[in-house]
Design a protein around this ligand. Sequence first.
Ligand SMILES: Nc1ncnc2c1ncn2[C@@H]1O[C@H](COP(=O)(O)OP(=O)(O)OP(=O)(O)O)[C@@H](O)[C@H]1O
Length: 245
Amino acid sequence: MTADPHPALELSGITAGYERRAPVLRDVSLTVHGSEAVGLLGPSGCGKSTLAKVAALLHRPYAGTVRLGGEPARGWRHRAPRAQRTAVGVVFQQPRLAADPRLTLAALIAEPLRATGRGREATERVRELADAVGLGGDLLDRRPHEVSDGQLQRACVARALVLRPRVLVCDEMTAMLDASTTAALVTVVEDYRQRSGAALLAVGHDRTLLERWCDRTVELAGAGGGTDGEEVRSAPRAPADTSAG
Ligand SMILES: Nc1ncnc2c1ncn2[C@@H]1O[C@H](COP(=O)(O)OP(=O)(O)OP(=O)(O)O)[C@@H](O)[C@H]1O
């Protein structure tokens, strides 16, 4: 790949952990260029989700730098500047933990627009995204407890795309889904990326899926007490096919 002075996402020397305990990640670096899809693999507990949260500005590392489009992160969680927070869309593994149970699916998808003063765009954008993720009938009017996990995850993917992020972080997005919902949601993300040129960091355990889906995969090591260094293994993409099975 030619030199890219402003990669979509650049993690440099990230050392991160929880409550000042021993770091889970030590000096991990990873760059995802615009339009690139990178799959992040590694054993359970090695820190993949921690790195995903750091990338999404949701977890402050002990040390290291996150750059979005070349700009260093200027805060974490709600203290991150709006322009940086909204540049990253995130989908988590468990939609029930991520979704406010009081909101209808329509309100859930629209909420980032309303929170950024763009509520007027909500009706059209929700309709557009609901079509894309396959939420039809009265599903948009239901609350999370009235829909299946797969339907709720479809809404969470739509929500992650609603502000047209430059970077998407999908943390085990498909781990709870059946093969056809997995294939549908991967297609939605890929359609969005092809149209927008957004970068993707996809965390998962399903090596076959990530190697088909992504341009390359990287592997965090992990054994005992944290991940050191960066790309332990990097595999090229298998022939294009985003189906799960
Ligand atoms: N909120 C937290 N507080 C304290 N420790 C945490 C917290 N979240 C994760 N950890 C610990 O950090 C380490 C890395 O967790 P993380 O979820 O990043 O790993 P992972 O590679 O995504 O695992 P998995 O593949 O099982 O989802 C684990 O030892 C975990 O117990």
